[in-house]
Write a protein that binds this ligand. Sequence first.
Ligand SMILES: *Cc1c(COP(=O)(O)O)cnc(C)c1O
Length: 220
Amino acid sequence: MQQNILRNLNVIKNNILKICKKINRNPKEINIVAVSKEQPFEKIEELLHNKHYCFGENRLLELENKWSYLNKKNLKIHFIGALQSRKVKDIIKLSNVIETLDSESAAKKIANLDISLKTKLKLFIQINLGKEIQKRGIAVCETENFLNMCREKYKLTISGGMALPPKSKTPEKYFKTLKDLCEKNNLKEISMGMSDDYEKAIELGSTNIRIGTKLFGKRN
Ligand SMILES: *Cc1c(COP(=O)(O)O)cnc(C)c1O
């Protein structure tokens, strides 16, 4: 079982190399976030032992239970869950990248944090590409306004855009929309692509893929 995780990681890395060769991209541009939500710590350790340090979590409670006592300096935790503004401070204490900023109230909370918490933090905004009411994220047409507000009113540095395209549809057009939106708004990091569609996402410009199932197996 545990061996499989390393094998899975190598399969993903080899696929990244193959795609990048085909489309002439530098594979170093692509960051793998190992989405460890609902996965036991034994599996995570297998990756840590092999020097993979970038993980994704989506709930504060799990962040605290799994990661608060582990103080590795190389660790890069991406928060990919709903960013409730009343939990922002606690989430940020244990995260290096927030991928899901999508509200003014959270932006305001972040702006008011101690500088020591803010300087190590990277911020991406979540965009709701498919206008899905059950999903969080800024509407495509609101993106520019939201970014201007974050940047001008709250003096935040926003470096990326993240999206979860609608499940049932082919993701290509959503990936293209996110790429265009990010380029237009000076967002250098583009977080798109998960277990089932990361190859397409890389072809269409992703710099940050979020992989759970294809690395760790099914969640509990
Ligand atoms: C769970 C989750 C993933 C990982 O999904 P898999 O299909 O298991 O790779 C990626 N991104 C977000 C935002 C998630 O919540």
